[in-house]
Design a binder for this molecule. Structure first.
Ligand code: DX5
Ligand code: ZN
Length: 230
């Protein structure tokens, strides 16, 4: 945590009244042979968004899905698509991911030389810009970008795979963001991704959106989503 940045923010600011928690199941843990069925099932079970993990085998050591799958999901989803790009040089693909139907499009600050330009381009093209960072990256790296974002995603696992253990040390970043947002009069949503479950929920009360892959798809969807909203 960047001590210098954190110290500039007044702790006297009062956070806005809390809205209901939004739940974004990550389809990384869904049955890929039945994605339409899975999307409809999570919508019926009370999900608010669909979280789509895009990995390129370079920025992270895993390969998942790309633009044609996002376009296909858009045709069958009644929920907003929350697309998390874990790819190098996202600027090359932003336009195509938005044309494919991304509602929120989140980039990693480490993945590009021009995160500011990427965020501006996402907004210009009509989607909602999001920024995220690896667990080892200081929050000061995204601090100058907060005013460009509709979403700030805190990774509570190393990006790349579902089913990993929650990194409790990242929770301080969520709390810092809550204060920074209030102090600066910003309105971005704070999302958390990685190891979210009934066991880790108590650390996440300050978040606005919870991504959950294995916890939703390995349990009864409606019960899991209801638990996370509680
Ligand atoms: C990891 C992905 C996550 C992942 C979360 O790189 O960004 O969205 O699907 O999976 P769980 O909820 O199983 O930790
Ligand atoms: Zn994700």
């Amino acid at each position: 945590m960047a001590k210098d940045s954190a110290s500039k923010i007044s702790t006297a600011t009062v956070p806005k009244s809390k809205k209901p928690m939004l739940i974004a199941p990550s389809i990384l843990s869904a049955d890929f042979a039945n994605l339409e069925k899975e999307i409809k099932a999570i919508a019926a079970a009370g999900a608010d968004w669909v979280h789509v993990d895009v990995m390129d085998g370079h920025f992270v050591p895993n390969l998942t899905i790309g633009i044609p799958v996002v376009a296909s999901l858009k045709k069958v989803s009644s929920l907003p698509l929350d697309v998390h790009l874990m790819i190098d040089n996202p600027e090359k693909y932003i336009e195509e991911f938005i044309k494919a139907g991304s509602d929120y499009l989140t980039i990693h600050v480490e993945s590009t030389k021009d995160p500011r330009g990427c965020l501006q381009k996402i907004r210009e093209l009509g989607a909602r810009p999001g920024i995220t960072l690896r667990p080892g990256t200081q929050i000061s790296e995204i601090e100058p970008l907060l005013n460009l974002c509709d979403l700030v995603l805190i990774m509570t696992v190393e990006p790349g795979f579902g089913g990993q253990s929650f990194m409790q040390g990242q929770v301080a970043k969520i709390d810092w963001l809550v204060e920074a947002r209030a102090a600066r009069g910003l309105e971005f949503l704070i999302e958390v991704d990685g190891g979210v479950s009934d066991k880790t929920l108590s650390h996440l009360k300050n978040a606005d959106v919870l991504v959950a892959g294995s916890y939703v798809f390995k349990n009864d969807y409606a019960t899991a989503i209801k638990t996370l909203k509680s």
